[in-house]
Design a protein around this ligand. Structure first.
Ligand code: HEM
Length: 454
């Protein structure tokens, strides 16, 4: 019977992929969008002459893979292996039983109420930054916003993890090392056939040495903390105090190290890129800035936001959601079926990579009329209720939903509010900025912003 035959999605031929290869390697998003336009919401493409991968933007299929039948899916080697090689096996890079055990252990530390305790740390880091910016505004300097957001989010996440007792110079060294590794890792993911070349030229070894330096620094912070009697109420205290239910034991130093490294990696570049895009979009939409200022003025005046006032800032929240719709930092996720599977007649064979193309879903006109338009009102409570839940997933979905989603939203809301309370921000040049999809989605060029203290 026809209905029993698994549906065959269209295939992008190897020849067509080969024709597009240089463009695809540089920036896969335009090609993926073209394939979607020609083939519908789900298609197959060739990763190598013999290996096909599936790409989909269908919310129901994504929900099936991430949530309804998640036990049959794991992350692919593309997402985990290289990062794990350099940084280790933490939550982001592990799979199966080990992932579940770690997630159960760490999850309570990211509960909203626990995060309230980190607000003081976040506010302090943001305020330190504002002082530097006032100084630069006095001198008439502009700031390159993606770079600044990268520094600020690294400070926020590293101080949330290690609070006090770590020198600024140590954090700077950590930040530089992380940036070096994150920019390198994208190369073997995009062009795995060049790995022997990176090994031959010494690039690979060089980054292994950088990773070793990182690990040494973080391990020594962990060991010092274990010896100290002082409480810090930061994320490291939470990791040190967490106990496995079955044994009552805590994590080993190696596990603590790997989880700290993963939190630093996962928790800084994504947020920084979302904020860089936010300032770019707000620079082009002064009407949204006016609405933000009105809301912030009426809820907070000049006061810093607190745990009880953040939920009242509904427009701030809508702006950030719309930023991550247009520019989702995690622009694609992937999963592999552990056993053969099927979804509504569509065959999902064991071992086939399935790309969950978040950028594509977030720009699908079926769910987002005039998808390229910046319109925060798409995120009013009523409008949100009318969309399928997996049509919007900047933080992923199902049991592997970003553990830092609440942390990131709180941090971004605070950064947006505090900066707007202190500065008028104007784009130095109002020209379109393109996409640079690395591990997270970055602007493809520098964005300079003029600051005026208010
Ligand atoms: C705007 C900021 C952020 C975005 C867009 C983002 C996005 C995501 C997404 C999409 C995933 C799921 C990946 C998958 O299922 O394959 C994820 C996982 C994760 N994120 Fe985030 N993230 C952000 C901020 C953060 C922050 C601030 C932290 C930590 C402080 C963090 C820590 C993690 C961790 C540890 C995982 C792995 C969770 C697991 O597999 O159990 N993220 N993130």
């Amino acid at each position: 019977m026809e209905a029993d035959t698994p549906t065959r999605p269209p295939v992008i031929s190897f020849y067509r992929m080969l024709q597009n290869l240089p463009d695809f390697v540089r920036n896969p998003i335009p090609s993926l969008n073209r394939y979607l336009w020609a083939s519908g919401d789900t298609f197959l493409l060739f990763l190598t002459p013999g290996t096909k991968a599936m790409v989909t933007t269908r919310p129901e299929l994504i929900q099936y893979v991430l949530q309804k039948n998640h036990r049959n899916y794991k992350k692919s080697y593309l997402q985990t292996e290289h990062l794990a090689h350099f940084i280790g096996r933490g939550l982001l890079t592990s799979n199966g039983a080990y992932w579940l055990q770690q997630r159960r252990l760490i999850q309570p530390g990211f509960h909203r109420k626990k995060l309230a305790g980190l607000m003081g740390i976040m506010n302090r880091e943001i305020d330190k930054y504002l002082e530097q910016w006032h100084e630069r505004a006095r001198k008439g300097e502009s700031v390159e916003i993606a770079h600044e957001m990268m520094l600020l989010t690294f400070n926020v996440v590293s101080r949330s993890l290690f609070s006090t007792g770590v020198a600024v110079s140590t954090l700077n060294r950590l930040s530089q090392n992380f940036n070096a590794i994150q920019s390198f890792i994208v190369k073997p993911i995009r062009q795995p056939y060049l790995i022997p070349w990176y090994k031959l030229t010494g690039e690979w070894k060089k980054h292994e040495r950088i990773a070793a330096d990182l690990k040494e620094i973080v391990l020594s912070i962990i060991r010092q903390r274990k010896q100290s009697e002082e409480r810090h109420d930061d994320l490291l205290d939470m990791l040190l105090e967490a106990r496995y239910e079955d044994t009552g034991e805590g994590m080993t130093d190696q596990q603590l190290l790997e989880e700290c490294l993963i939190l630093l990696v996962a928790g800084h570049e994504t947020t920084a890129n979302a904020m860089a895009w936010a300032w770019y979009l707000l620079g082009r939409h002064p009407e949204a800035v006016d609405k933000l200022r009105t809301e912030i003025g009426s809820v907070l005046g000049k006061k810093a936001p607190g745990f009880d006032t953040l939920p009242q800032l509904e427009y701030v929240n809508s702006v950030l959601q719309e930023v991550m719709r247009l520019y989702p930092p995690a622009w694609i996720l992937d999963r592999i079926p552990i056993e053969d599977d099927e979804f509504e007649g569509l065959s999902l064979p064991k071992g086939r990579i399935i790309g969950l193309y978040i950028y594509g879903i977030h720009h699908d006109p079926q769910y987002w009329p005039e998808p390229e338009k910046f319109d925060p009102d798409r995120f009013t409570k009523d409008a949100t209720r009318q969309r399928p839940s997996f049509a919007y997933l900047p933080f992923g979905g199902g049991p592997r939903l970003c553990i830092g989603a609440n942390f990131a939203m709180m941090e971004m809301q605070m950064m947006l509010v505090r900066i707007l309370q202190h500065f008028e921000m104007t784009l130095e040049q109002d020209v379109p900025v393109g996409l640079a999809p690395y591990i997270s989605l970055q602007p493809d060029r520098e964005i300079y912003i003029k600051l005026r203290s208010i």
